[in-house]
Design a protein around this ligand. Structure first.
Ligand code: PMP
Length: 355
């Protein structure tokens, strides 16, 4: 009974499996790339001030205040901004709006694992293209017209960055395709492709407040692009749910953009911690890929990654391990506070001694 879906469509789906959200309070949780620092105190104050209205009243279906805040922050017009319930939802609308094309959608074979899930949901054909040996994206492979292109930059779970000049090169040669750059992690070391939006009406950049603004639970994501692309997304959204963002999310997100100091200080702390952790991991025998994100992707010269992840878990430190070809010997480790990183390193030393 339990496995009967009453529908061949649902039966075919291979849903995304989110990273674990364990209940144990004393865990060192380095598995889902959350920000170890809290959000801006101004976000908390704004949400508290909004609370009563937020429960009684419907939210603004266009989240105008938030679009203005984001547009102002990036020096754009609100008509170039789309917002949604986390960038996962924004990407779902993007896939539905733009990727049902005559030619298959292109994306790298190692990237955010939600992309094939959306393809399954909407019946989108796709072709994956291998990353280079050093796990960078080979832009020259992405030259097939009439489809769509999506990639994460910095990429997940590798953390590797594609330079803005390469993105411009790719856009120049794919003017007939919608090109989506998923910048969930861009604030930790990349140059945003938002700088190219005015030049390329086929470019859409998605971002999230879950990582660099420490608001994963508030669920706010956005897309930035030509008003033509944004209008298409609004049509999809309004055919699905007119109120994707509640009033607390709108109030909190607006306040997050207003507090540049908190954003800058926590972002820099994560970047500095990442560089320290990468060096410490190298000292323990890991090969660590250069990362522009709030995590590192690393493999040990001797120890098996699955065994290492299990040994860390036994010591109450959780990291992410993917049982996927080519990356099965890697661990993806979210950057924690200095204390969390020290706990991770201590657990690793003990685990390595035992494996
Ligand atoms: N894109 C990438 C590459 C991610 O790693 C994530 C986080 N899992 C997301 C998008 C979605 O983040 P959110 O829905 O929290 O905005």
């Amino acid at each position: 009974m339990g496995n009967r879906y009453w529908s061949p469509v649902v039966h075919r789906l291979v849903p995304y499996v989110p990273g674990e959200q364990p209940k144990l309070a004393e865990l060192v949780k380095l598995n889902t790339n959350e920000n170890p620092y809290g959000p801006s105190p101004r976000v908390i104050a704004a949400i508290q001030a909004e609370l009563s209205d937020a429960l009684r009243l419907y939210p603004d279906p266009n989240a105008e205040r938030l679009k203005q805040a984001i547009a102002g922050y990036h020096g754009l017009a609100p008509a170039q901004v789309f917002v949604g319930n986390g960038s996962d939802e924004v990407l779902a609308h993007v896939f539905q709006a733009f990727f049902q094309q005559p030619a298959p959608l292109l994306f790298p074979d190692i990237t955010y694992s939600f992309y094939p899930v959306y393809c399954g949901l909407y019946g989108i054909e796709y072709t994956t293209l291998p990353l280079a040996d050093d796990f960078t994206l080979r832009v020259a492979d992405y030259l097939r017209p009439n489809g769509g292109i999506v990639f994460a930059n910095p990429n997940a779970p590798t953390g590797r960055l594609l330079a803005l000049a390469d993105i411009a090169w790719l856009l120049e040669r794919n003017r007939d395709s919608v090109v989506v750059v998923d910048e969930a992690y861009v604030d930790f070391g990349g140059d945003s492709a938002i700088a190219l939006v005015a030049r390329y009406p086929n470019l859409l950049v998605t971002q999230t407040l879950s990582k660099s603004r420490s608001l994963a639970g508030l669920r706010v994501g956005l897309a930035i692009g030509d008003p033509g692309l944004i209008e298409a997304l609004e049509r999809i959204k309004n055919s699905f749910n007119s109120y994707p963002l509640d009033r607390l999310a709108i109030a909190g997100a607006v306040a997050a953009y207003a507090d540049r100091e908190h954003f800058e200080a926590t972002r820099q702390a994560v970047i500095a911690s990442r560089e320290r952790l990468a060096a410490d991991l190298a000292g323990l025998g890991f090969e660590v890929l250069p990362s522009a994100a709030n995590f590192v992707f690393a493999r040990h010269a001797r120890a098996d990654a699955a065994a290492l992840a299990a040994a860390l878990r036994a010591r109450h430190v959780i990291v992410r391990h993917f049982r996927l070809p080519r990356i099965e010997q890697f661990l993806r480790i979210t950057i924690g506070t200095p204390a969390q990183n020290a706990a991770l390193l201590g657990a690793l030393v003990a685990a390595l001694a035992e494996l």
